[in-house]
Design a binder for this molecule. Structure first.
Ligand SMILES: [Zn+2]
Ligand SMILES: [Zn+2]
Length: 252
C-alpha cells in the first residue's frame, strides 16, 4: 500500500510563470482522487495519469482557479476513444451551475451523463477506495470546503481557499501534511476580509492545528514566493515547504 499526493497546480487566483492553478492528485492502492481542477492543472495531470483512470473528482468551490479545467475534463471523458467515461464528481454548491452555464445546451445534457454529481458541504464524508475523505466548510465568499484525506491513520489536509477558520484547525489537527493556502503576504493591509490567509496566518493556523508538515500553496501568482516562505517561518517552527507543480509527498 502506498498513499501519496501530487501537486498539479499551486498558483493562487491566477496562473504564475510556468505555474498552473489549483489541482492535487491523491493516490492510494491504485485509486485516484483529483481535488480541484484550476486553469492549467489538467495539463500537469496528464503528465501523471490519464483522465479516464481517475476514480473521482472533488471540486472545493466555484472560483475559476479551482474549477474551470473541469470543462476540458468533461470533453476528454465524454469524447473518449472508448466512449463516454462516467466518473463520480463531488462538488460544493454552485459549482455545477457555474460550469454548465458555460456550455451549450447539448453539452449541458451530456454533463450529467459524464459526471455523477454529489453536492457536498462541511461535515460530509465519502470514500474513494481506501481513502476516507472528510470535509469542513471554510470562510470564503462562496460555498467552499476544505478536505482531509486519510488512509490507515496517515492523512493530508488541503485548505482550499479560506480566511482564518477554526473548523479548518480542527480538520487539520495532527495531520501529517497540511497543504494550506497562503495567498497574501504582510499583515493583510488593504486586502478584503473573509477571503484568504496570509503566509503568517497559514503558519499560525498550522501551529494551532499541530500539523506535522506545512506546505504553502495558492500563493498569489504575482508574488515572490520566497517571501511567503520566510513569513510563514515566523509563525510555524516545523517542516515547511512551498508547493511546486508536480511535486509529490509520500504519506505511506
Ligand atoms: Zn483560489
Ligand atoms: Zn476562491
Amino acid at each position: 500500500m502506498t498513499f501519496d499526493v501530487t501537486v498539479l497546480g499551486c498558483s493562487g487566483s491566477h496562473t504564475g510563470p510556468g505555474r498552473a492553478c489549483s489541482g492535487y492528485l491523491a493516490r492510494a492502492d491504485g485509486h485516484q482522487l483529483l481535488i480541484d481542477c484550476g486553469n492549467g492543472s489538467t495539463a500537469n495531470l496528464q503528465r501523471v495519469t490519464r483522465p479516464a483512470d481517475l476514480d473521482a473528482i472533488l471540486i472545493t468551490h466555484r472560483h475559476v482557479d479551482h474549477c474551470i479545467d473541469l470543462i476540458g475534463m468533461f470533453y476528454a471523458l465524454r469524447f473518449h476513444p472508448k466512449g463516454p467515461q462516467p466518473i463520480e464528481l463531488y462538488a460544493a454548491a454552485e459549482v455545477v451551475e457555474t460550469l454548465t452555464g458555460l456550455l451549450s445546451h447539448d453539452s449541458t445534457l451530456g454533463f450529467g451523463e459524464v459526471f455523477h454529481v454529489t453536492e457536498v458541504a462541511g461535515g460530509d464524508r465519502f470514500r474513494v477506495g481506501p481513502m476516507q475523505v472528510s470535509l469542513a466548510d471554510t470562510v470564503h465568499p462562496v460555498p467552499t470546503v476544505a478536505a482531509k484525506v486519510e488512509v490507515d491513520g496517515a492523512s493530508f489536509v488541503y485548505s482550499s481557499d479560506t480566511a482564518w477558520c477554526p473548523d479548518l484547525i480542527e480538520l487539520a489537527r495532527d495531520t501529517d501534511l497540511f497543504l494550506c493556502e497562503a495567498t497574501w503576504q504582510g499583515d493583510g493591509d488593504g486586502v478584503p476580509e473573509g477571503m484568504h490567509l496570509s503566509a503568517r496566518e497559514a503558519g499560525r493556523l498550522a501551529t494551532e492545528a499541530g500539523a506535522r508538515r506545512l506546505v504553502l500553496t495558492h500563493v498569489l501568482g504575482s508574488l515572490d514566493r520566497n517571501r511567503s516562505l520566510a513569513e510563514a517561518q515566523e509563525t510555524y517552527a516545523g517542516d515547511l515547504a512551498l508547493a511546486e507543480d508536480l511535486r509529490s509527498w509520500l504519506l505511506i
